[in-house]
Ligand binder design. Sequence first.
Ligand SMILES: Cc1ncc(COP(=O)(O)O)c(C=O)c1O
Length: 422
Amino acid sequence: MIKTNGKRLPFDPAAVPLDFPILSRKIHGKPLVYLDNAATTQKPMSVIMSMTAYYERTNANVHRGVHTLSQEATSLMEESRARVAKFIGADDPATIIFTRNATESINLVAFAWGRRNLKPGDEILLTELEHHSNVIPWQMVARDTGAVLRFIPITGRDGFLDLDQLPKLLTSRTKIFSITHASNALGTINPGGRFGRRARAVGALVLVDGAQSVPHMPVNVKALGCDFLAFSAHKMLGPTGLGVLWGRRSLLESMDPFMGGGDMIKEVWTDHATWNDLPYKFEAGTPNITGAIAFGAAIDYLERIGMDRVRAHEIELTGYALQQLKERFPGIILYGPADPRKRGGVVSFDLPGIHSHDVGTILDREGVAIRAGHHCCQVLMRKLDISGTGPGQFSLYNTREEVNSLVRSLEEAERLFGAGVR
Ligand SMILES: Cc1ncc(COP(=O)(O)O)c(C=O)c1O
């Protein structure tokens, strides 16, 4: 594996797909066009190799052994933790907690912080854009504590938040504001930093769900001004089964563990125990060692390209896709901001007369993988009064030619179903 330690290399968008073995696959005899990146991204060879190399040469449990393999595994995992911290602008690697995914990271805050600190009448502020992973944990905690959920509404199909409602919704009763940085369903990007300042003014904490922003644009916890940031490795070229929670040190120190078991304790008696230091207090049991190490390789790959160039590439593709879809399908309904600079690389659409699942199935026959349905955002779908959309999301390995394949496949769907598209 090439380790470049974040040194930028030339970015050639046409060459990037060659680093991803799966992208040479054919689906139903057609070249794979993978646009389901909001669900999970594909992995470059360096990430795959890093996992293989770990099992071939290093495999051992971490933090427990005095033997060489255990020490090597521990230092590889801790190197990765430091790399993740640097990637999001955090000064202290001990504030990076490895979890299973963004969902677990949010649950960790909801249960370890929320259950202890919320009381009847306190308010938890969310938005109508949220993924179920940032709704259900808060519903569960609200039920247990008597806290109340509030939602910032969206203004319409563009998915912008109705900020006129903010003074009414973000008040001294608000104890935590948990908000997605970028919507997986519409692409809308929320002004994270501004919310951080407004929340602090009323004494509320801010959790940013970065599952769809950290993989696609430069994200810095200091600039966001948030208290917690949650994201998943598998959505940013890394392996499944590994998530991250970053939190302010003072807050993490004030919280009790979320789960109990090995590695999260200092000392144990029959009737009580004392907790380990950060980050291990929140990492009960054997962690996903391979995943954490391979995530380091994924970050190395992203840094070699540079998140600013990843973002610029995705803006370019999104703008091209929106323009092509509007030109080719005058009846198409597009969701999310019209300006590609105000959205992540998500293209969310509805072809009137064709169910999003039918669109997805026809596209699959053409080798084009998109997601269809409610995208784990039923609050949003209810607001828009639709059952689902057919979005694709771009990643750094997608190309203009793949946008053309998407359009050609949609023309095929239109030919088969006809109704109302033009
Ligand atoms: C905005 C957002 N938040 C949270 C999640 C949950 O991510 P994971 O399933 O990796 O926990 C997703 C997954 O699609 C997402 O898009």
